[in-house]
Design a protein around this ligand. Sequence first.
Ligand code: NAD
Length: 343
Amino acid sequence: ERAPRRILVTGGAGFIGSALCRRLIAEGYTVCNADKLTYASNLANLASVETHPAYSFVELDIVDNRPLLSVFRSFQPDAVLHLAAESHVDRSISNAPIFVQTNVVGTTVMLDAALTYWNENGRTPTFRFVHVSTDEVYGDLPLEGGRFTEDTPYNPSSPYSASKAASDFMAAAWCRTYGLPVVISNCSNNYGPYQNIEKLIPLMIDKAVRGEQLPVYGKGLNVRDWLHVDDHVEGLERVMLFGQIGSRYNFGGDSERANIDVVHTICKHLDEKRTKPKGSYADQIAYVTDRLGHDLRYAVDSSRAREELGWRPLRQFEEGLGETVDWYLANQEWCEASRRKLG
Ligand code: NAD
């Protein structure tokens, strides 16, 4: 069997997609990155690979079938890693339709284009469509006890997670109905460099150094499991290479932390790094009205990925978080560009 070498990545100009493109290029793959370049994207994330001969970029919207199909036909991928999505829960609460458009309709158009291409190529047995999703599709857990497994029934809470759940069902349906070789991944919260400034960790770092309030939802007790983005993209490569068709794989960092503890860890790290004239960065914490429908706790069991794919997270959370804080401090121009895009 021929191992995949030519990879079509969607959403490669975003946070996780760009980490994936950087990894795949470093690993010797040929990569075509297809991205609409929404506010969440930043081509600067790809500065280290953009001139590499094995890397190419196409600007397109995944809801548009024709340009998508022509990318499939001209690039001739051995595998697709589909990450393009609207990804911010708060935005999904204030404007849900774009989430349905990109995440549900866009994924369906992607699957359809992949199927057409795969049929035209004689249904190559080694072709894979990796659909990248979130653990938020499972809903939430009580503060004490329990973890999501791949058999946990879907029970999404937010328009974002509902749209991702719908897209996961579409991916599974294309596998069952048309035989498209789909594998799904469901990952917990990612952190690391190049994450859009609107997400919890970069938002807190950015606001802290600019002397602004650090808005924490409710009492900050909601628990998230954190995985370093580089551990996630290594998992995605393994899903592509070793994942069983029609199966799904959970990925988590075994690093459950209450949001308020994450913010305090960031502040502590900043206190050690920077000279705030008086007091601690933690003095800037402000509790704000809770997010509507806020999920209490997420935690995933990644034993299937560990056992079947030989995957495990390599980075310890507090250490990775410290490095992440340092990265944002050292990349203030990137932060400004990210902030400008938010308007
Ligand atoms: P992101 O918002 O940083 O990046 C999304 C990228 O998709 C952007 O470059 C954007 O331009 C592109 N995009 C959006 N709509 C598009 C469209 N219609 N056509 C083509 N491109 C489009 O997101 P992220 O955090 O990197 O997440 C990537 C994927 O991973 C998403 O599918 C998300 O649901 C999933 N995921 C994210 C996390 C997380 O913690 N960030 C965890 C698990 C799963």
